[in-house]
Design a protein around this ligand. Structure first.
Ligand code: F0G
Length: 482
């Protein structure tokens, strides 16, 4: 259901589900939140969930499950080897993607580990529309490097282009020639491109890019973790496919790739993952890595309950009533912020609303992590937890200098079917307040900086007492109790 029409009121997105189980939330007073932020080392990954009002960190593993998914969890087949739950999952994926061979893994990055371990040799290149943190970390861990060839417009914060996740086809062909086809381990296209604001790739672009790869004998891999959002955008934005059923679109996409992997924490709305491998020989060449890293080949580190829930979740991932909800809420949020003048990534994508921290905090130097500072400020001013997607999420260059991100974003994720429109309104209101008080936000510096994936476990501190001053201004407007 792309949009429900209204008679006497301005149309708003309408949920196509009702609430049956809820979790109580807690809004700590602002001074408490300042304390928690210091304790968390100005890293929102280090906060405790009980101290958070709206957890918009991610949609990973925190989407609401349906009654049908929960019902599926009541019939798992527990077995170390040969679990029927696994075969049900495999059959469902084969039916939907037309690929027989499934390697189960405990989550998306485990699939990335297996693919990098099997296919990437030192000096190899992996070509992508854009990287994802864990995908890149696994490739560089085994000595490979990543070429990101997203179209130039993909990195423009504000535009009305419908498919900003598209790869630049000319750059792709040039890159293959420069690297030589033998040195390209695989082409990885990421649906719903995460780090550039959940922006989709068009079917046509996937087709053209995979055609080029095939011409040079290069393996093609789809990261389908955010495919459900991408399907929604193809259905609503790609003229040639507007009358094609989402299930059919999904099958057309699948037909383009040699391998498809996914995080079941996103695609399937549960917790797990998998790699679909078209060619049986290729599948067998990776088989041994699953028992080594994940668990036996019929559970791959996943709970059989999750496998059952996910198997139902795959169906929901192609149901327009289900997959329309998050993009519509995100658009509502993005439109409201744009109207107020807050710089956000446009057009609205999937996954979440993305605040343009480089523009909002233009007074903070990039080596003081403007997006990191903004995300901490938003927790202080509202109890909302977002995620930094900027320089802090990058790794340093080999010489120790900062690798500045091409975009400094704060992501407010919309886990599927979790938040209501009034909670969305609250989040928007606090962002607007913070935007009007942005001069009070200051930079951050590391006190503990891990070499790899530093954004997860690093600790930082503010460069001045700006969090205290920000909280004072907040109290003056809202009182000390919220
Ligand atoms: N690929 C994409 C596009 C992702 O967004 C993620 C995870 C992964 C792979 C890795 O999957 O978490 O199951 O290991 N994204 C999460 C996020 C972490 O918050 O965006 P995973």
């Amino acid at each position: 259901m792309p949009e429900i029409k209204f008679y006497a009121q301005k149309a708003v997105p309408v949920e196509m589900h009702k609430v049956k189980i809820v979790q109580q939330l807690n809004l700590l007073p602002v001074d408490e939140r300042v304390k928690k932020m210091y304790e968390a080392g100005f890293n929102t990954f280090q906060l405790h969930n009980a101290d958070i009002f709206l957890d918009m960190l991610t949609d990973s593993g925190v989407n609401a499950m349906s009654d049908e998914m929960l019902a599926g969890m009541m019939k798992p087949d527990d077995a170390y080897a040969g679990s029927e739950s696994f075969f049900r999952m495999n059959n469902k994926l084969t039916e939907m993607f037309g690929i027989d061979n499934l390697l189960p893994v405990h989550q998306g990055r485990a699939a990335e580990n297996v693919l990098a371990t099997r296919f990437v040799k030192p000096g190899n290149c992996v070509i992508m529309n854009y990287h994802f943190t864990t995908a890149k970390a696994h490739i560089t861990r085994v000595g490979g490097h990543v070429e990101e060839l997203i179209s130039d417009e993909g990195l423009q914060s504000h535009s009305d282009l419908p498919f900003k996740g598209n790869i630049d086809l000319e750059k792709l062909e040039n890159c293959i020639k420069k690297e030589t086809p033998e040195n390209v381990a695989f082409l990885r296209l990421e649906a719903g491109t995460n780090l550039v604001g959940g922006q989709p790739i068009s079917y046509q672009n996937m087709k053209d890019a995979t055609d080029i790869a095939k011409k040079y004998g290069i393996l093609t891999v789809l990261d389908a973790s955010l495919l459900q959002d991408n399907l929604y955008f193809i259905k609503t934005r790609e003229e040639a496919l507007k009358d094609v059923d989402t299930r059919e679109i999904m099958r057309m996409i699948a037909d383009l790739f040699d391998m498809i992997y996914f995080s079941g924490r996103k695609f399937g709305f549960a917790r797990g993952g998998g790699i679909l491998v078209r060619d049986a020989e290729l599948y067998h060449s990776m088989e041994d890595l699953i028992p080594m890293f994940e668990g036996f080949l019929t559970y791959g580190g996943m709970s059989v309950r999750e496998i059952e829930a996910m198997t139902v979740g795959f169906e929901e991932s192609v149901n327009m009533d289900v997959i329309s909800q998050a993009p519509q809420f995100i658009k509502y949020c993005v439109d409201g912020l744009v109207d107020y003048g807050v710089p956000v990534i446009t057009p609205a994508g999937g996954l979440g609303a993305h605040l343009d921290a480089a523009a909002i905090c233009s007074h903070i130097p990039q080596d003081q992590y403007p997006a990191g500072a903004l995300v901490c400020a938003l927790y202080i001013c509202g109890g909302i937890r977002g995620m930094e997607r900027g320089t802090l999420s990058e790794e340093r260059n080999p010489d120790g200098s900062e690798r500045f991100a091409s975009m400094e974003l704060v992501r407010l994720a919309f886990p599927r079917r979790v938040f209501t429109l009034s909670q969305t309104e609250y989040a928007m209101d606090r962002v607007k307040w913070l935007y009007d008080h942005r001069d009070l936000i200051g930079g951050l510096k590391f006190t503990h900086e891990p070499a790899t994936l530093r954004f997860f476990t690093g600790k930082l501190e503010p460069v001045s007492d700006w969090p205290i001053k920000l909280a004072e201004a907040y109290k003056a407007d809202f009182g000390a109790d919220q």
